[in-house]
Design a binder for this molecule. Sequence first.
Ligand code: SAH
Length: 348
Amino acid sequence: MVDIKSMTLEELSGWFRKLGEPAFRARQVFQWLYRGVTSFEEMTNLPKALRQRLAETALLTPPAVARKQVSQQDGTIKYLWQLADGNCVESVLMCYQHGNTVCISCQVGCRMGCAFCASTLAGKVRDLTPAEMIDQVLFTQTDSGVPVSNIVLMGIGEPLDNFDTVLRFLSLVNCPDGLNIGMRHISLSTCGLTEKIDKLAQYGLQLTLSVSLHAPDDETRSKIMPVNQGVGVEKLMETCRRYFEKTGRRISYEYAMIDGVNDSDWQADLLARRLRGAPAHVNLIPLNEVEESPLKPSRRVAAFQNRLEAQGVTVTVRRKLGGDIDASCGQLRRKAMKHSAGSPAETR
Ligand code: SAH
């Protein structure tokens, strides 16, 4: 069976040519796919025989809503999707003044092992396909009725650990016959895989790269982010500088404030020093508590922010959306996993 939704319009056209179908049919099918149809039967402007043929040769595997939570505070919607093989991933829809943003997952679980993150607790199960990433955007849109204008790759998983799929996903959402969402409306967040950041830089994409820094010193960063071990903050910052030189895009650094771990004055000072030399933006995130972790949110967010700003760093504190619905990544899937422990709903 052909994974039709992971195909670019060009590939689809090529495949249709091979099937002996006229090229304009490929565009019609592509457009239907991005309208969020769940069967070929719905593609009403195709001849019946072609619909039949597609149903026999191509795969459409729309995810099912396993759970949906709507925040009473701000309308943020969180979806737990059940994929065709029973695995689950999360997406979150947030409505900001500058647009409606969907935060999507790129892997089932994660193997990066960050100490504060719920997504990584049970490791990585598998990579998502491009189609499974696209479907999160499409079905969030169709289920909520809210048109999505921005995408952030900040859900479950490490995007640069599923590199080819993520690149394909980006070109698919970019396509004018598909979602038509421009690169400047997309953010990709990484825990800092340096070789992959260099590889991404080669493409010169105009997306926003967010680097999850979380600590400016190696001792702390290696403790809370295993990915830092053997690499180090210095090398990461050099990679980020190269990325800026190559793409011209200012990097955004994420910094989850953890009580007594990364929130002291000397760390603010070291962070400010590390960021010199290339335009940067720091996003301070109040830590979301994860049940299984002893780490607590910092009480020094404002002081840390002031200290950075006094040294010329551009800082924002992330507004907390959906606090009442476990809207930070991995938590809903985690709960569902515990709930269904032993059942086949979550398969490896
Ligand atoms: N793997 C990617 C993207 C997924 S996580 C990355 O590491 O960037 C998206 C962001 O949420 C990252 O900055 C991550 O470090 C942060 N994050 C994870 N768990 C968190 C928590 N409990 N509280 C606050 N931020 C968290």
